[in-house]
Ligand binder design. Structure first.
Ligand SMILES: Cc1ncc(COP(=O)(O)O)c(C=O)c1O
Length: 395
């Protein structure tokens, strides 16, 4: 076994340096704990950047993968497989809009599929898509252009044509951007990377009305908010609104790479053979892992648990707030938690790491937590004690 130092040296020599990494090599995980190569244990409030919704190595997912890997690892989409069919049915039934699925491997790919579907449905003549400022949709060039944050565009221009950005939450601004060439609106129900920003009352419903009025496709990017993260199967289900399509990834397969576009059949039919594909998309291992994820969420009552996790975090953080005036705002929906600070959040993350608690900072000042839905109350309290100590010390 290599030491952390030896592994870091491998990275310095052989891995492209496009990520800022913490000086820790992780070697194993179970539930909400991970261990580094030296055997130190960390409590993880941000497992897998939201992908490990059931914590590390969830038993049903491990078992499903173990079983599948001995039977069939990969076959392309020229064949039918039971796992892909069952997963598509499971997602469709939970979507509530009879969605049909296209499978891929990541969030950005799911968004690319959505952009293509919107353009194909916009023919002839309509190709423009309205997205929101401060959004995040991925790093491939279409999804990156959809992302309404200029800092991610820098140096990569020219971007894809046909995107216009409205401030998140402002219906009038979105309405003003619609013209004869607009074909779709793409929005995260809750902005995740943008700092856990909840939609104002009536906003998503208002976008639905706008889309209906102008015959636009309404697409929800549920890559971060989907699969029970917020206490409903999909984040938008907290409001009386349905999209024409939604994108999924992150938690979809309990930590394995899997993405999906789920679209109403009347729109989905435009993705005909030859229009789009993903070689690894919908492979039997990812689909079995996703089915095991759904089974675990249901068997363990984790949609309800997401709600109670959110409430317990809220109680802890609201109690802390009066003693910690640099907490500006606490934003929570289920197990999606943002703590807006008036100071830089990076030292908070580093201090937590020193005390073996893993958290994330987004947008410089927002501490973001995406804990596993099977986090126990005692783990939650253990982590909150550390976070509280660190927040009280920082300023
Ligand atoms: C809402 C949303 N869409 C898309 C993506 C891109 O997903 P991926 O990194 O799997 O490509 C992310 C990633 O954070 C996301 O939060």
């Amino acid at each position: 076994m290599h030491s952390s130092q030896q592994i870091i040296e491998l990275f310095q020599k052989y891995v492209i340096g496009n990520y800022t990494r913490y000086p820790v090599c992780l070697a194993s995980g179970e539930g909400s704990y991970v261990w580094d190569t030296e055997g130190n244990r960390y409590l993880d409030f941000f497992p897998g950047w939201g992908c490990d919704l059931l914590g590390h190595c969830p038993p049903r997912v491990v078992e499903a993968v173990r079983d599948q890997v001995t039977k069939l690892i990969h076959v392309p989409n020229t064949w039918y497989t039971e796992a892909q069919g069952l997963l598509a049915r499971a997602l469709s039934e939970r979507s509530g809009f009879q969605g049909q699925c296209f499978f891929c491997n990541s969030g950005t790919e799911a968004v690319e599929a959505a952009i293509k579907l919107a353009r194909l449905n916009g023919k002839p003549g309509r190709y423009k898509i309205i997205t929101m400022m401060n959004s995040f949709h991925g790093r491939t060039l279409g999804a990156l252009t959809a992302t309404g944050q200029p800092k991610y565009h820098q140096g990569l221009e020219p971007l894809l044509a046909g995107f216009a950005y409205a401030p998140f939450g402002n219906l009038d601004a979105a309405a003003k951007l619609v013209d004869d060439e607009t074909c779709a609106i793409l929005v995260e129900p809750i902005q995740g990377e943008g700092g856990v920003i909840l939609p104002p009352t009536g906003y998503l419903e208002g976008l639905r009305e706008l889309a209906d009025k102008h015959k636009l496709m309404l697409i929800f990017d549920e890559v971060q908010t989907g699969m029970g993260r917020t206490g409903r199967w999909f984040g938008h289900q907290h409001w009386p609104v349905q999209p024409d399509a939604m994108t999924l990834a992150k938690a979809l397969a309990g930590g394995l790479a899997c993405g999906a576009l789920v679209a109403r059949p009347s729109f989905a039919e435009k993705l005909k053979p030859g229009t789009h594909a993903a070689t690894f998309g919908g492979n039997p291992i990812a689909c079995r892992a996703a089915l095991a994820t759904i089974e675990t969420i249901e068997a363990e009552g984790l949609l309800e648990r997401a709600g109670s996790i959110g409430e317990r975090f809220r109680r802890r953080l609201e109690t802390l707030k009066p003693r910690c005036p640099w907490i500006q705002q606490i934003r929570i929906l289920g197990a999606m938690i943002g703590i807006e600070l008036s100071t830089d959040g990076v030292p908070v993350v580093n201090q937590c790491l020193q005390r073996r608690l893993l958290v994330n900072c987004t947008h410089e000042t927002v501490i973001r937590l995406l804990p596993a839905l099977n986090l126990t109350d005692s783990q939650l309290d253990e982590g909150c004690d550390i976070l509280e100590e660190v927040l009280l010390e920082s300023r």
